[in-house]
Ligand binder design. Sequence first.
Ligand SMILES: [Zn+2]
Length: 207
Amino acid sequence: MSECRVLSGKDCIITCKFGMRTHPVTGAYKLHNGVDVVGEGYSLAYITAHTEGIVEFAGYNSALGYHVNIRLENGDMMQYCHMQGGLQVKIGDFVEQKQILGIMGSTGLSTGAHLHFGIQSGGVWVDPSPYLHADYLEDTMTYEKFCEFMAQYEAERNAKPVSDWAKEAWASMVSDGVFDGSRPQAPLTRQEAALVLGRQKGAADGV
Ligand SMILES: [Zn+2]
């Protein structure tokens, strides 16, 4: 296994996936809005920044414990929770990829030392698991960004009402089976975007 992007020098084991679940402490059934990871062998580890950005929050609350929120250049946000006291960064810092943020802990609502890692894109929590070993900015595109991209693309070509066009394009891609709808809110990969553009072009060319 290769090194995990959010732990220093270790691979990640996902102990709880992104999605609906019953919270182990509160008992509430709601979205688990990130992934829980520990180091290989269930070891502690330094927590490192997945992607560079500006520290928007570094501190404590009773749910997330000691946590750090990093705002990315594209406007998305990455969140690192339940660390031990003694965070290595402060609000306003610019953080490089793989820079140490703190040490894995169990502060806040937590049943044992782990990292809860979340990604918020366009105000929506997305599944971070595809990105633990991969770039985020380069390889992913959310539904909102896809619509924005398609809208811009279309606007440059002609002057149709672009937002409607992008929504219709998305709906037709789902109905055409380009996407099966099994991953609502999930990030679109660059490969999928290329497939979509290829099929749209094929349709325009009458192929
Ligand atoms: Zn969690």
